[in-house]
Design a protein around this ligand. Structure first.
Ligand SMILES: Cc1cc2nc3c(=O)[nH]c(=O)nc-3n(C[C@H](O)[C@H](O)[C@H](O)COP(=O)(O)O)c2cc1C
Length: 186
């Protein structure tokens, strides 16, 4: 039987298996992807996030954040972001280009209502995230539904790189090509 990394379809299946597992399993590598954006100054910025949803049929991913965080300003300026995951056991790097829609307020009220109390505390900090403070305790947290933002990411492309023992395989899948794959030189 062939290995998953030997075919483009197998590579794409494994990408989605990793992403789906990341949502369900806190210890899975795709639980904590890196989300990279472009600041309004045109500079790259990257940070770890939690993958909250991944739906293959809709080619979308979801991340939750504070509406007052810097990444929101970056995404308003440039809504294209990049997602990165390294899954060491599978020896698979996943890179994806994501078109992000920011949802907040009434549009996410039902999701806020379903968040556990512990999770709500992540949204609502004074002063706003990233503001310089006099010492490390100089901020307060209060769960604030107005600070809750959902980043709805529509995947535009996915690139998978598998590091094999004898062969590295790299393939690009594009939404506009109906997610058909294209092998690339690794
Ligand atoms: C393991 C881990 C998980 C994180 N998850 C999130 C997350 O889901 N959403 C989020 O906005 N920030 C998350 N953060 C914090 C971000 O990495 C970042 O510090 C914060 O969002 C501010 O980023 P910004 O100033 O670029 O907006 C996480 C950090 C770590 C270390």
């Amino acid at each position: 039987m062939s290995e998953w990394f030997e075919t483009q379809a197998g590579m794409l299946d494994e990408v989605w298996r990793q992403l789906t597992r990341g949502v369900a399993d806190a210890k899975a590598p795709a639980r904590h992807p890196v989300l990279a954006t472009v600041s309004s100054d045109g500079l790259p910025e990257a940070r770890t996030v939690v993958l909250r949803a991944a739906e293959r049929s809709a080619a979308r991913i979801e991340i939750h954040t504070d509406l007052n965080s810097a990444k929101i300003g970056a995404l308003r300026h440039q809504p294209m972001a990049a997602l990165h995951v390294w899954a060491p056991r599978a020896r698979l790097q996943i890179r994806a280009g994501v078109s992000v829609t920011i949802r907040s307020g009434d549009a996410v009220a039902d999701m806020w209502a379903r968040l556990p109390d512990g999770a709500r505390g992540n949204y609502g900090v004074t002063p706003a995230p990233g503001t310089p403070i006099a010492d490390e305790t100089g901020f307060s947290r209060e769960a604030d539904p107005a600070a809750f933002a959902v980043l709805d990411g529509a995947l535009q492309w996915i690139e998978a790189l598998h590091l094999g023992r004898t062969l590295h395989r790299r393939v690009l899948f594009q939404a506009e090509a109906g997610w058909t794959g294209q092998w690339l030189a690794p």
